[in-house]
Design a protein around this ligand. Structure first.
Ligand code: ZN
Length: 222
């Protein structure tokens, strides 16, 4: 049995059901449609509603753990932070990120240093790979600590990537790399720019949408 949290009567001709980020069931229905009929339509969608509520809850838990440094992301994989009094350095094991117990009070700073050190070669290699593929050579490659963006490319041909990209899966890293390299020839987001991106990554739209979901990561490790 589905509980309707908000029923909005409108001039529309059909019933629509949406789930809010807080898992509320919002139903929009024609003004004159009897409530019993609305209930019947919502009941028929029970499965779909429950699946979507589960998805939102799962994501909320995942984000909560990441935002509170209980879990970390590395190349799109989740690792639970495990403090270990015998460990001397931070390391990744399947499912776990092992952190020396003595770092417990400074874990954010320690992980930041570790991330930055680990990500440089991985990100640089992706830039080199796509530079060759696209025949576009940046004048320099840098890591940034930007608050609002994943990467930039300036008019001097310097490609900068946010070190937090290392938290994301390879396909999203590649999207940002291709995006910034494309700015070496198109300094705007014109049609030609997107055509160039698309010629390398035909599914760039999906990747761009996925990347949006990871934007909250930009606020972490500050
Ligand atoms: Zn851009």
């Amino acid at each position: 049995m589905i509980n309707i949290d908000y029923l909005i009567r409108t001039n529309r001709r059909s019933v629509s059901i949406t789930i809010s980020p807080k898992c509320e069931v919002i139903v929009k229905a024609p003004r004159k449609l009897p409530f019993s009929e609305i209930e019947r339509i919502v009941a028929k969608k029970e499965n779909w509603i429950n699946i979507n509520i589960d998805k939102i809850r799962e994501n909320a838990t995942l984000n909560y753990n990441i935002e509170n440094y209980i879990d970390i992301l590395f190349l799109g994989q989740i690792y639970h932070i495990a403090y270990d009094d015998t460990a001397k350095t931070i390391s990744l094991e399947p499912n776990y990120c092992v952190v020396p117990q003595k770092y417990a009070d400074t874990v954010v700073r320690r992980l930041t240093t570790w991330y930055k050190r680990t990500c440089y070669d991985i990100l640089k290699k992706r830039v080199e790979y796509f530079s060759l593929l696209m025949n576009l050579q940046p004048n320099a490659f840098r890591l940034t600590n930007a608050k609002t963006c994943w990467g930039t490319c300036n008019s001097n041909g310097v490609v900068s990537l946010n070190w937090r990209l290392i938290m994301l899966p390879h396909d999203l890293i590649d999207y940002v790399v291709v995006h910034e390299l494309s700015h070496l020839v198109q300094m705007n987001h014109s049609k030609l720019f997107w055509e160039l991106v698309k010629s390398v990554l035909p599914d760039y739209r999906t990747r761009r949408n996925e990347l949006k979901k990871g934007d909250y990561l930009l606020a972490l490790f500050r």
